[in-house]
Design a protein. Structure first.
Length: 199
């Protein structure tokens, strides 16, 4: 019987330049790997930080240039996050609700979800947590292959439908204590939902 050598080899990729908006990140990574004398083959897992992906997509913001709305400030206070960060999240929600996700964004998101799922299998703690959640939410264990198939089956139309349902302005709940006029509240809400104000 032939023995099989099992193991994990981790190789850091060097020579990655400063990433700029609209850079072809995939090509840059492949070129860097080739210069190191390696080749990416089927079964390899390439781990890329979110930061350079955001830079390549041109989705970098200077928080000092972001003016948080009243809602963002209130959410930030209760969640202990930066108001500017919450404001950007609210804007992204509104963008997702109004603009359908592109096929490229959908494909990238699916690959990231599947990659995170497969990498999580390396941790026994994560596997046990996943088992527990499966029992709580589905009353059964969902095999990895089934989860991947479900991820692959998601369509842009389904995401748009769900976004319009979950991110409607009337679903936003905000409780305020202290003096505030309806005009002030409407003005601030208008920064997040300019076309549909719940008040």
């Amino acid at each position: 019987m032939q023995s099989v050598n099992l193991g994990i080899r981790i190789v850091g990729i060097t020579g990655i330049p400063m990433i700029k908006p609209r850079d072809d990140l995939g090509k840059i990574i492949c070129d860097a790997v080739e210069k190191q004398g390696f080749k990416i083959v089927d079964g390899d897992i390439v781990v890329v930080t979110q930061k350079i992906v955001s830079k390549a997509e041109g989705r970098m913001f200077k928080l000092k240039d972001v003016k948080p709305s009243l809602i963002a400030k209130r959410i930030a206070k209760s969640s202990k996050k930066q108001p500017e960060l919450i404001e950007l999240i609210l804007r992204e929600f509104e963008t997702l609700r109004r603009n359908p996700i592109s096929e490229e964004e959908l494909r990238t998101s699916k690959e990231q979800l599947k990659g995170n799922l497969l990498l999580s299998l390396e941790s026994s703690d994560t596997r046990m947590t996943r088992l527990a959640k499966n029992e709580i939410y589905f009353n059964r264990f969902l095999p990895v292959d089934e989860v991947i198939d479900r991820i692959d089956s998601v369509t842009a139309e389904q995401i748009e439908e769900l976004s319009n349902e979950l991110l409607r302005p009337e679903h936003l709940c905000l409780s305020l204590l202290g003096p505030m006029t309806k005009r002030q509240l409407n003005r601030d809400l208008n920064q997040v939902w300019p076309m549909e104000r719940p008040c």
